[in-house]
Ligand binder design. Structure first.
Ligand code: PLP
Length: 393
């Protein structure tokens, strides 16, 4: 069907705007079938064989996400593949590389990816090196032309919210024949479209903002081109089988319909909270790319449009004890891990990540939801005051 040339918000709100071809319903159906019938001549009416490879309900979410990210779309086939989780999506990219390939990975990034790389990439034969991707000189000297196959970037990066210049990284990597993959979970295509900054691959934990309601575990990989590496990732999914259930895929396409509203609202509130807290006597630092004092602010202002995201961290001047006291004191924020849902969360990242975590022990990570900003600000103000009354008198 011909697609109207409309804004991404419109595509998202209408789920690409296509009614269900059988019923005419504006809400698509869920296809729970695991297998598809052959015609008497052995052919398949729609080329679908088995749900580990293809399912129309995955395709709804894949088509919408591909349109929002600007991934390759050729002849009705888009270069987007849903996975059972963000980790399944991320690891599919690494496992599509070959033993001996050199991989450069952002030093600050979601700890699950770092942990998986540390535990499994070596036995997989990958030569993984962590580098500060915000430092272009460091990145340039770490790249080994002809051997570095992938540069993996997360921006803004969990949980310090370091900002990497995607266009500059793309130039360095491409000059050396390496691909750039971007974990765009935190920024979402609402704020950053990494393909427009030269990325080759985009990965998401769709568990977060894309679904947005903390009730689906899913991931996605997208590609700028339907090239052999992309086919290898698709083949990995088909053969390894880390696919979501059709119900999860359906919930995901429903969640994405409100993506723009949720991300814009969370970004506005996060900026209001960061601005309110900056300079607070109980805090050593407020880490948020939207604050002009953030080291990555200039790049973020260029690379992100419409906001700086819903994630920020605060570092307590009084150390881990005061962080624990703030956690005890909040009444509106929910004490929980994860991010990108409609409810605001607060978490001591160091505790979650464990003793090997490089995250400062005085850091609390905040995922801002869509509640009234005033309630969230008042909640944090009260918890900070209770945690360190002497600093405020
Ligand atoms: N990437 C980022 C930035 C994340 O925050 C997460 C999860 O927190 C993941 C990847 C992994 O995603 P999942 O939990 O869906 O496997």
């Amino acid at each position: 069907m011909e697609r109207l040339s409309v804004a991404p918000e419109t595509l998202a709100a209408q789920g690409l705007g296509e009614a269900d071809p059988t019923s005419g319903g504006l809400v698509p159906v869920i296809t729970p079938a695991t297998n598809y019938e052959r015609r008497p001549d052995g052919s398949y009416p729609q080329d679908r064989v088995y749900t580990r490879a293809d399912n129309p309900t995955y395709e709804l979410a894949e088509g919408l996400l591909a349109a929002l990210e600007g991934a390759a779309i050729e002849g009705g086939n888009c270069a987007c593949a849903l996975f059972a989780s963000g980790m399944a999506a991320a690891t599919a990219v690494f496992q599509s590389l070959l033993p001996g390939d050199h991989v450069l990975v952002s030093r600050i990034l979601y700890w699950g990816v770092r942990k998986w790389l540390s535990e499994f990439a070596l036995t997989w034969g990958l030569d993984v090196e962590f580098v500060d991707t915000t430092d272009l000189d460091a990145l340039a000297s770490a790249i080994r032309p002809g051997r570095t196959r992938l540069v993996w970037v997360e921006t803004p990066a969990n949980p310090m919210w370091d900002v990497t210049d995607l266009a500059a990284v793309g130039e360095l990597a491409h000059a050396a024949g390496a691909r750039v993959a971007v974990d765009n979970t935190v920024s979402t295509p609402v704020l950053t479209r990494p393909f427009e900054h030269g990325a080759d691959l985009v990965m998401h934990s769709a568990t977060k903002y894309l679904n947005g309601h903390s009730d689906v575990l899913a991931g996605a990989v997208l590609s700028a081109r339907r090239d052999p590496f992309w086919e290898r990732i698709r083949s990995w999914r088909r053969n390894a089988g880390a696919v979501p259930g059709p119900f999860e895929a359906w919930l995901l396409q429903r969640g994405m319909r409100t993506l723009f509203l949720r991300v814009h609202r969370a970004s506005e509130t996060a900026l209001a909270i960061a601005t309110h807290l900056a300079g607070h006597p109980a805090l050593r630092d407020v880490l948020y790319p939207g604050l002009p004092s953030h080291p990555g602010h200039q790049i973020a202002a260029r690379q992100m449009s419409g906001g700086f995201g819903g994630m920020l961290s605060i570092r307590m001047a009084g150390g881990p004890e005061h962080a624990a006291a703030v956690l005890r004191g909040v009444r509106v924020f929910k004490r929980a891990t994860s991010l990108g849902g409609v409810e605001s969360l607060i978490e001591h990242r160091g505790l979650t990540e464990g003793p090997s975590s490089p995250v400062p022990p005085d850091l609390l990570r905040l995922s801002i939801g869509i509640e009234a900003a005033a309630d969230l600000i008042a909640d944090l103000a009260a918890a900070l005051a209770a945690a360190q009354p002497e600093a405020l008198t």
